[in-house]
Ligand binder design. Structure first.
Ligand SMILES: Cc1cc2nc3c(=O)[nH]c(=O)nc-3n(C[C@H](O)[C@H](O)[C@H](O)COP(=O)(O)OP(=O)(O)OC[C@H]3O[C@@H](n4cnc5c(N)ncnc54)[C@H](O)[C@@H]3O)c2cc1C
Ligand code: FES
Length: 510
């Protein structure tokens, strides 16, 4: 079998199960996606008495919320220097205020709903190890103050290695993200919401009523919130405004020493560090080594670098878990949350950067406010007016076929002289090759069997690339990801990669 990575959160939580949708349904609000955005909205909307249904493709927490590192902070990745320059001081203040609102919402919900997720307030430090970065950091301090953040400069950072100084952000927070998500799911159901797992939305239509079409059934609703991390609607327009990056994280066992804060450095790619206690064990969690999705095939190397970084900075700790996930970067530094101008009842939320636990919470609150009150104090800041719902999806079921090596050699050829030949692929490796029927994505599983799929991404037809650490097919254009057998893992694609039985191809000329 092809190996997968596992997050600390999945390893240390038991998520409630929900059945698939097996009939047509009418509700007030349909929510696509059971991550922090979707389930926050489900709890809040169900709390107003609305009939809510959540449609989840896989399981709740199977998206990026299960792969986060869960720093809850107003020190946004988009950086206040850029926000002040691009949008002005007033907007920067609203961005900072809305981020603080988000972790206040999490703290309130965790308390009101008695969710045991270890929510804890602590100082966050944006620090540098390099003299050359001090000027940039000082400018960020000024911009953060303009944005109304209660920040201060400190020379001594509470880390066990030398640093040059930091901006300290008081009263930031962290928590166990899946313990929180599981609590939201329970509370949503207690408030009358319906949650369906194993149910993929393939189409979202604006109308009276709006309709979410799943593979077998329909959910009719007055309003729809597409909380799928990357919208499955608006396939062209919104996706020109966002880019998908992969970010990596490892959790190492420590001897009980807890770091007194959240830490983010100024490297490029940067590192983010904190500790988490779970079942009596303290873990050091370090993330980073981001790259554009699909632009790196040797993703194992990213884990190696992250591990080296941990050993150099924190000593010889033992790495227990490693995982990676998708970060959606907006072109202008701010997320897109809200209703489409061309549509009055379909809402989207995306482009959270590495702040999606807070922006996702904000997204859930904003969409609730927009549906219930017709307005949100932040609707102009995160305006998603460039969104147009366009959906056209054909779903394919992947098949798993294995072939002997000589068939690989006959039917497929290398695209570039320097590439490995198809029959030379080792277990766990993959590559894209030419055939008489176009480009074919081939990977070989641990048993030695080959799996062959169309290499054409089902979103907008870019070529997928093999990710050897995750054993997935990743698309560099808008970040769709597919399992080794072609199943959609991350949108915007909603259809699986098309299986291409090798025996149907003609022998290729050499
Ligand atoms: C390594 C890493 C570290 C991070 N660290 C932080 C951090 O420290 N702080 C922070 O604030 N953020 C962080 N983030 C970002 C944050 O985790 C995400 O932005 C956030 O979890 C997104 O939540 P979401 O609910 O929007 O999406 P998701 O959690 O991805 O949920 C979307 C759900 O929609 C479902 N779905 C998708 N398509 C369909 C469909 N067609 N039909 C039905 N369901 C569908 C998916 O299965 C998924 O469950 C990190 C992310 C990564 C990857
Ligand atoms: S994700 Fe858009 S073409 Fe692949």
């Amino acid at each position: 079998m092809i190996n997968a990575t596992k997050s600390l959160w999945h390893a240390t939580s038991q998520l409630r199960h929900f059945p698939p949708l097996n009939h047509n349904l009418s509700v007030d609000v349909a929510i696509v996606g059971g991550g922090v955005s979707g389930l926050t909205a489900a709890v809040l909307l169900a709390g107003t008495g609305r009939r809510v249904a959540v449609i989840e493709r896989d399981r709740i927490g199977s998206g990026e919320t299960g792969y986060t590192t869960s720093h809850l902070t107003e020190a946004i990745d988009g950086r206040y220097q850029r926000i002040v320059k691009g949008f002005g001081e007033k907007t920067a203040r609203l961005v900072a205020q809305s981020s603080r609102d988000a972790f206040d919402i999490i703290e309130r919900l965790a308390s009101e709903l008695t969710i045991d997720c270890g929510f804890e307030r602590m100082t966050g430090y944006l620090y540098t190890e390099r003299e050359a970065d001090l000027d940039r950091l000082a400018k960020e301090l000024d911009a953060a103050r303009l944005a109304g953040c209660d920040v201060q400069w400190i020379d001594t950072v509470p880390l066990p290695f030398p640093t040059r100084g930091a901006i300290a952000w008081p009263r930031q927070a962290c928590m166990h993200p899946l313990a929180y998500l599981n609590g939201l799911a329970h509370a949503a159901v207690d408030r009358g919401a319906l949650i369906y797992e194993g149910t993929r939305a393939v189409d979202v239509q604006e109308g009276v009523p709006c309709v979410v079409r799943t593979e077998r059934h329909e959910v009719r609703a007055t309003d729809i919130f597409v909380a799928a991390n990357v919208p499955i609607n608006n396939r062209v327009l919104l996706h020109t405004k966002i880019a998908a990056y992969r970010s990596y994280a490892i959790a190492a066992e420590t001897d009980g020493v807890q770091l007194p804060g959240l830490f983010w450095d100024t490297d490029d790619p940067y590192h983010y560090t904190r500790t988490q206690e779970s079942a009596g064990q303290t873990y050091l969690i370090v993330g980073g080594e981001d790259h554009r999705t699909g632009e790196e095939t040797n993703t194992d190397e990213r884990y190696r670098r992250l591990t080296d970084y941990v050993h150099q900075h924190f000593g010889k700790v033992s790495v227990r878990y490693r995982w990676s996930g998708q970060i959606i970067e907006p072109v202008d530094g701010l997320p897109y949350i809200g209703c489409n101008t061309a549509s009055t009842h379909v809402y989207v939320a995306t482009g959270y950067s590495g702040n999606g636990m807070t922006f996702g919470t904000l997204g859930g609150q904003m969409v609730t406010d927009l549906i219930c009150d017709g307005e949100s104090p932040y609707e102009h800041v995160y305006d998603a007016t460039r969104v147009t719902p366009i959906v056209s999806a054909v779903d394919y079921v992947a098949e798993n076929v294995s072939f002997p090596v000589n068939l690989m050699r006959d039917r497929l050829t290398k695209l570039n002289a320097g590439d490995r030949a198809p029959d030379e692929l080792q277990p766990g490796e993959g590559g894209v090759f030419a055939s008489d029927a176009g480009k074919i994505a081939v990977c070989r599983d641990q048993s030695g069997a080959f799996h062959t799929l169309s290499a054409i991404c089902t979103h907008l037809a870019c070529d997928v690339k093999w990710n050897n650490a995750e054993q997935t097919w990743d698309c560099p254009c808008h970040g769709s990801r597919f399992s080794a057998l072609g199943k959609v893992i991350n949108g915007p694609a909603v259809a699986d990669l098309k299986p291409v039985p090798l025996y149907e191809l003609q022998t290729t000329k050499r």
